[in-house]
Design a protein. Structure first.
Ligand SMILES: *Cc1c(COP(=O)(O)O)cnc(C)c1O
Length: 384
């Protein structure tokens, strides 16, 4: 069998297990998507605050643009000629909002997570990572020289044991977690993680806020803001592609960490910086973040409606957030349930292995602040 035939055979096996993926053909219209000739309410978007669907915001932003300020490319890495002043403005704004010494912006969350850990780790580093962390963090760990142990999801007792047993054998230990988890929608106990880390002088904490930035906390800075522990997290990372309706990612951290990353982080150094116009849009949104409290409160209201309804219908619902899984089990069941909801005008998508563990295929509802209570009530009626 040649290489191409081998690929075709693997694809066929994926198809037999209902795990074959393809790029969906769809068109967007604000909160709606149109696919297979059907217009459906988008329940699978990461536009958590509804900002990407908000035309008025784009109009306001465009009013401030001219052919001189619309810069569609940075033409270089930031270390060469790509360091436009808008980058510093965004980073200073972020550091100011978070109250940290420094901030650094990256091209994406994937760049951040695959770049930071390899940069700061060596062979005398131990990484202790939650079993369910995002694929980008797994790839970052793989690229690093560190040894890694995964602890059971949110099992901080096991983590504490691992710290006690291992900390003295390493130069440093880095605990890696998400704050809100992408697939279960549950949260890490950040306060307890901080307590664990503070028991040792060689333990650092890395938290990925991709799903919480913009959504949680009084000012929308994330779950760490809500837990009151921004200053205790060494690597506090978030992304702009979800609630912030843009692209890119950030770390807020101490000045020394920022400077170290600028010198050592390959996914920062060896890539063309994001277009200045994109950074300007991110800054435009970040400056408004504090003011979106009503959207955050509405999102929490409709999320708890859906979570409660799923629990009442007998689904185990681990979520405490706007990411609400409806766990079906087999991939084929998840697909059938998603298709039924789509027929009723709700664009819900199945999530299957390897994204989630075998036997836990699910519909992943990802609610956004521009979905109404009436629409959630209607959705609940169609959940079997
Ligand atoms: C989406 C996501 C990322 C990747 O961010 P991008 O900016 O889309 O590359 C990283 N971590 C988590 C937890 C995510 O959900």
């Amino acid at each position: 069998m040649n290489a191409i035939e081998q690929m075709q055979q693997e694809l066929q096996i994926l198809e037999e297990h209902s795990n074959l993926r393809s790029l969906p053909a769809l068109t967007h219209e604000g909160r709606y998507v149109e696919a297979h000739g059907r217009r459906m309410l988008n329940l699978s978007s990461n536009d958590y605050l509804g900002l990407a669907a908000d035309r008025q915001l784009r109009e306001e932003f465009l009013q401030g643009l001219t052919a001189d300020s619309f810069l569609p490319t940075s033409s270089s890495s930031r270390l060469l000629t790509g360091n436009f002043s808008i980058y510093d403005e965004l980073e200073q704004t972020l550091a100011g909002l978070f109250g940290t010494e420094a901030a650094l912006v990256f091209n994406s969350g994937y760049h951040a997570n695959t770049g930071i850990l390899p940069a700061v780790s060596d062979a005398h580093t131990l990484i202790l990572a939650d079993k369910l962390v995002h694929a980008s963090l797994i790839d970052g760990i793989r690229l690093s020289a560190a040894r890694c142990i995964r602890y059971r999801h949110n099992d901080l007792k096991q983590l504490e044991r691992l710290l006690t047993e291992n900390h003295s054998a390493y130069r440093q230990v880095i605990i890696v977690t998400e704050s809100l988890f992408s697939m279960d929608g549950d949260a890490a106990d950040l306060k307890e993680l901080v307590r664990l880390k503070q028991a040792y002088d060689n333990v650092l904490l890395y938290v990925d806020e991709a799903h919480a930035f913009g959504v949680r906390g009084e000012r929308g800075l994330g779950y760490a803001e809500e837990c009151g522990c921004i200053g205790e997290i060494d690597f506090l990372v978030g992304t702009f592609g979800k609630a912030a309706a843009s692209a890119g990612a950030y770390i807020v951290c101490r000045r020394a960490i920022r400077e170290y990353l600028v010198n050592r982080m390959r996914t920062f150094i060896f890539t063309t910086a994001l277009p200045p116009v994109n950074i300007a849009w991110t800054l435009f949104i970040v400056r408004k973040l504090t003011g979106f409290q009503a959207r955050r409160m509405h999102l929490e209201r409709i999320s708890s409606m859906l979570r409660n309804a799923l629990t009442e219908k007998g689904y185990a619902c681990p979520s405490t957030s706007h990411i609400v899984p409806m766990i079906a089990g087999a991939s084929a069941d998840a697909i059938l349930k998603a298709e039924a909801l789509q027929r009723h005008g709700f664009y819900a998508l199945p999530v299957r292995p390897p994204t989630v563990p075998e036997g836990t295929s699910r519909i992943r509802f990802s609610l956004t602040a521009d979905i109404t209570e009436e629409e959630v009530e209607e959705l609940i009626k169609h959940i079997g």
